[in-house]
Design a protein around this ligand. Structure first.
Ligand SMILES: [Zn+2]
Length: 369
């Protein structure tokens, strides 16, 4: 049994740090490919290019399609080779960052990730999740290292729609339960080993931070202000969740979150929203979980605005046969759902999803929602 923990080389979080990106890029090289989508480019290219100029870094923009697919990654690698850049920076959501990781590792450059939303834990990790051009998850790849710099501008993040911050909480709330489940079976994480005390502790801190500050952070973020609650939740969603999941392991919550990308009714939902429902399901699947704690987590999800029922995920019209079929897909050979210490079958997962939906409906009714 080998314990492995992996990290980005530097994590920077604060108000206005994106407008200083040139300073961080200059420490890594004198030219950078900037990967962003059209929307992010429209919002930030002026301030980013100014910072590059001030720090004597040549910026080469690459406006990608918005999807983390192999075509976009190929285009990015071509640009790295043609322009001979030393650094790749992914600026935007998880997909821009995942494309940037692949382009940097395959192109042989340094890597900076600068999330403009705190919707998931991609910015710190060494993995790229691939999607098809039709937005269905299409596997993932783990790179030999993590980003050189993770640059998290809290002022930028709090100005984005609050749904993204809430989605990041959905991704983050799963971290502790998945870490705990994976470690019980001494299952390895994508870091290449089993959890360390450090990753284990950070996964737990992620959970405690979100449960304590999540509701306040949502309210404050609706008013577009960075408060201590918002600052802590951004760190939980990005750093704590990222280090926790990557070096402690994932399990059923993510098997479902990833699997739901193949359910057409769910296409409009974010990664974190799907993982939130996956977390409720995992808590209903695991006989060791305390029902009182499970209920507290579901109540918290309702309070912050995460989906806890089929109806919340637009899945009300999915038939029992379809659901069983999806469940079979989620626990196929090699599925991360098998990281539990107990066997997970299509039928046990189907049953847990039905139980999660019923629990979610009951807790919402108790709250009058
Ligand atoms: Zn995730």
């Amino acid at each position: 049994m080998v314990r492995v923990m992996v990290f980005p080389r530097r994590y920077v979080q604060g108000e206005g740090v994106l407008a200083d990106i040139g300073k961080y890029l200059a420490a890594l090289g004198d030219s950078a490919l900037l990967i962003w989508d059209q929307n992010v480019s429209d919002m930030f290219s002026e301030s980013v290019m100014k910072s590059l100029e001030e720090n004597k870094v040549k910026g080469v923009p690459f406006v990608f399609s918005g999807e983390s697919d192999r075509t976009q990654i190929g285009l990015g690698i071509d640009m790295v080779h043609k322009a001979g850049v030393k650094v790749v920076a992914g600026i935007g959501g998880g997909k821009a960052i995942d494309v940037a990781k692949a382009v940097a590792w395959k192109g042989g450059t340094k890597l900076v990730t600068a999330p403009t939303i705190a919707s998931n834990d991609a910015p710190t990790s060494s993995a790229t999740v691939y999607y098809t051009e039709d937005h269905i998850m299409d596997g993932w790849e783990v790179w030999p290292g993590n980003p050189d710099v993770v640059l998290v501008d809290t002022q930028v993040i709090v100005k984005a729609p609050v749904r993204w911050l809430v989605s990041g909480m959905g991704d983050g709330i799963s971290t502790w339960f998945e870490a705990e489940a994976a470690y019980k079976g001494r299952r390895g994480a994508i870091s290449g080993g089993v959890s360390t005390l450090a990753a284990w502790t950070l996964a737990r801190l992620c959970y405690d931070t979100l449960m304590t500050f999540g509701v306040d952070a949502r309210r404050d973020a609706e008013h577009k202000v960075v408060t201590p609650a918002v600052d802590r939740v951004i760190e939980a969603n990005t750093l704590l969740s990222g280090l926790g999941f990557e070096s402690s392991g994932v399990c059923t919550a993510h098997a479902i979150g990833n699997g739901l990308t193949a359910v057409p009714q769910c296409h409009a939902f974010t990664h974190g929203e799907k993982v939130a429902f996956g977390t409720v399901t995992q808590l209903c699947l695991d006989e060791d979980k305390d029902p009182a704690e499970r209920n507290r987590v579901v109540d918290w999800m309702i309070d912050v605005g995460l989906p806890v029922t089929f109806a919340d995920l637009n899945m009300s019209d999915v038939t029992e046969a379809e659901l069983l079929n999806y469940a079979a897909g989620f626990v196929g050979p090699g599925s991360i759902a098998h990281n539990h210490v107990f066997p997970v079958t299509p039928f046990s997962l189907f049953s847990a999803m039905v139980a999660a939906d019923a629990l979610g409906r009951e807790r919402k009714a108790l709250k009058g929602k």
